[in-house]
Design a protein around this ligand. Sequence first.
Ligand code: NAG
Ligand code: NAG
Ligand code: NAG
Ligand code: NAG
Ligand code: NAG
Ligand code: NAG
Ligand code: NAG
Ligand code: NAG
Length: 563
Amino acid sequence: MISPTGPFILSAILLYPILAARAADTFPWDQLTPSPNLNWVQCYSIFQCTRLEVPLDYSDPNVSTAALAVIRLPGNASDEQYKGPILFNPGGPGGSGVDTVVANGASFQAILGSQANQYDFVGFDPRGVRYSTPIASFFATDVERALWNAGAPLTSLNQSSDAITHAWGQAHLLGALAAQRDASQILKYLTTDNVARDMLLITQKFGFEKLKYYGVSYGTVLGATFAAMFPDKVERILLDGVVDAEAWFSANLTIEATDTDKGLQAFFDGCVAAGPELCAFYKPTAAEIADRLTALTASIREQPVPVLTPAGYGVVDFSLLRRSLFAALDSPFTLFSTLARGLAALENGDGDTLYSIVQQPQFQCDCSNNTAFSPIDDSTVAIECGDAVEVTDSIEEVTEFYQNAARTSQFAEFLVGATRVSCSGWQVYREDRFKGPVAAANTSFPLMLVTTTADPVAPKAAALNTQARFPGSALLTQDSPGHTSTRAPSLCTIGYFRQYFLNGTLPAPGTVCPVDATLFGVPGNSTSKRNTMSADEQELLAAMKVIADSVGPAIARKTKNWN
Ligand SMILES: *[C@@H]1O[C@H](CO)[C@@H](O)[C@H](O)[C@H]1NC(C)=O
Ligand SMILES: *[C@@H]1O[C@H](CO)[C@@H](O)[C@H](O)[C@H]1NC(C)=O
Ligand SMILES: *[C@@H]1O[C@H](CO)[C@@H](O)[C@H](O)[C@H]1NC(C)=O
Ligand SMILES: *[C@@H]1O[C@H](CO)[C@@H](O)[C@H](O)[C@H]1NC(C)=O
Ligand SMILES: *[C@@H]1O[C@H](CO)[C@@H](O)[C@H](O)[C@H]1NC(C)=O
Ligand SMILES: *[C@@H]1O[C@H](CO)[C@@H](O)[C@H](O)[C@H]1NC(C)=O
Ligand SMILES: *[C@@H]1O[C@H](CO)[C@@H](O)[C@H](O)[C@H]1NC(C)=O
Ligand SMILES: *[C@@H]1O[C@H](CO)[C@@H](O)[C@H](O)[C@H]1NC(C)=O
């Protein structure tokens, strides 16, 4: 439905780990009357839904209300065993908790909730997101948005010498448009601090005083913000793929690119280890594969490759090649093989496979007005820019910012530069919004943080900074490339998740979990070990695989189109 705008959506993609790839079912949310209590109705066959009315402005309840779409996969434990809700946020910002829980809630509950299902696994759409109102929309119709996006294609900031200038101009136009179209002045209330307040209210409406929460990617910013604002309301907060929330609020995500290039190195090394049978872009050494990629990139810069398939069409140019590389770093276990095949085919002038990694459905005009609920890319921009300090950078300053960030990673073209540029024209700020510090000397229960060894957008450095700001919090490292632990199944990691929620047990300092999967499908110990696993373990691995398989490919595609 929607193509995002120039670089604007990029940070969202990057920070948006889990998408509802299979949320094909629909539910008439607009026919539910919002209520100050949780009035559940059956929905999406096995779920229960409600719309919770909350104050739009917590410092002035008279302003107006928001109506949060909340969904739960109810537990079935007896009253004595019932442990209440675990709230979940899938990242973005702008990710729909509802869609994600519909698609993957049963798998998440299997992973977190134990046999007895003592928890309700709860998704909610943050205010301004998807099925929650008020609606964040800068465009009157989907057609208007599609035309905007067509005029602001998603390019690398390294595509051409005027790419930054152009993106800066687009950001200023979009910022002005958003402000002009915000007649009812709701955008400034969509910030993360208010979502944290909403989470406390949801928890209280369930009859509990303290929050149990699982947040991934941007969801870690939300969780850390909650812990900083309500340190004595923490029962369990599990943050997976930890973003440096201080960096987030200061509109400087350079640190997030710390491990990005390690992911590309993992592609080279993994390809060597896999051999020519399993890795189509094989060379005997990592350095030779890197050279091979550099040569291919240079040749595509000179001469792009048109792609015309039954599913869609486009041009594989420098930006698209770079974007598919970057997308694969998010989900190496599902995308590295495809990436290797795509690169090898591209050398022979065939761009179909590479294009398929990031391919979007063509925009279909149903010529109706704006959809009833929020288009995700608009809410993404509203939240990330509304959270941050006001960015007043000139073109020279954002150019310098980008060049600086490019010293941290060769993918700064998509992450740090883009985010900084995309908020440079934003106008709608709420003066009394939370501005940090995102820290607490003592939370009522320690946070558990999870990082991987080569996360392209949430590096270990960000997790360590977060750990330092929340004394007592524990850090688990999963030994895999990819964004968040969800990208590769690991019984070890899941064991710690369960212990944390059920028992409050934290991983010991320095704990590293191996994964039960291999890059490029290399046969390894984990596969043979599978024969000796219990039925429960096999079931868990299957649940994790469902999540990993639905997330990676979906994320890659979302880089240009959210729905
Ligand atoms: C909200 O409205 C009520 C009634 O009009 C008024 O008494 C109250 O002071 C208002 N609250 C705020 C925070 O403005
Ligand atoms: C709850 O559901 C799980 C999984 O669906 C099932 O194994 C278990 O027996 C159920 N427990 C009760 C008390 O119904
Ligand atoms: C952004 O953060 C990086 C460190 O991650 C720092 O080197 C750089 O100076 C910061 N840039 C600005 C404009 O604050
Ligand atoms: C779209 O909106 C316009 C103006 O609000 C209205 O006149 C028109 O009937 C709407 N069209 C549809 C298909 O809903
Ligand atoms: C831009 O891309 C070229 C390869 O085409 C590369 O050599 C250069 O380092 C990149 N610049 C930045 C700032 O990433
Ligand atoms: C932290 O808070 C907990 C519970 O609120 C309390 O038991 C503990 O003594 C506090 N620790 C410190 C160092 O203040
Ligand atoms: C919880 O902790 C107890 C005591 O350390 C242990 O015996 C039990 O196995 C743990 N349960 C889980 C689910 O980890
Ligand atoms: C399999 O496990 C053994 C012992 O745990 C280890 O030495 C070996 O390197 C592993 N092989 C692979 C392919 O991971």
